[in-house]
Design a protein around this ligand. Structure first.
Ligand SMILES: [Zn+2]
Length: 141
């Protein structure tokens, strides 16, 4: 979830024609965005990076025949390709599904930190077992 749409985006693009004569684009984009921490719901800065490698095809058949290491994109004469949208999509795909502060920075402490090591908790749990009272009730007189 994006908290704000403000931020600085830096993009490097390299257009070239590869050995097979295919017009290609290599690039990387880096941006610092503000996300919402899913644990404490406070804003957090997140640095997102996306690399892309694209081959441009003029029709579907050409795209299918391109089996290189690049993702083919079919250019169409009646549809302008938006480089901005392309970069935006790649960056959005690179965002984490679950964003949260790193431990220590977050307002919400993790359960693990609150309870301490699990080994120590073992004995206490046995003593304070809420069902132990049932055992007493069932005891024959
Ligand atoms: Zn947080």
């Amino acid at each position: 979830m994006l908290e704000s749409s403000e931020g600085v985006l830096s993009v490097k693009l390299h257009f070239f024609v590869d050995e097979e004569g295919i017009r290609s684009l290599e690039g990387c984009a880096q941006a610092t965005v503000t996300l919402v921490c899913q644990r404490c719901l406070e804003p957090m800065d997140y640095s997102v990076e996306a690399d892309f490698a694209i081959s441009f095809a003029f029709h579907e058949d050409m795209a299918r025949s391109m089996t290189g290491r690049y993702d083919p994109i079919v250019l169409s004469p009646d549809k302008r390709m938006s480089l901005v949208e392309l970069i935006e999509d790649d960056l959005l795909l690179s965002l984490p599904m679950f964003s949260s502060h790193s431990d220590g920075e977050c307002q919400v402490k993790t359960v693990y930190e609150d309870q301490g090591p699990a080994v120590e908790a073992g004995d206490d749990q046995k003593k304070s077992n809420p069902f132990s009272i049932l055992a007493n009730l069932k005891k024959p007189e």
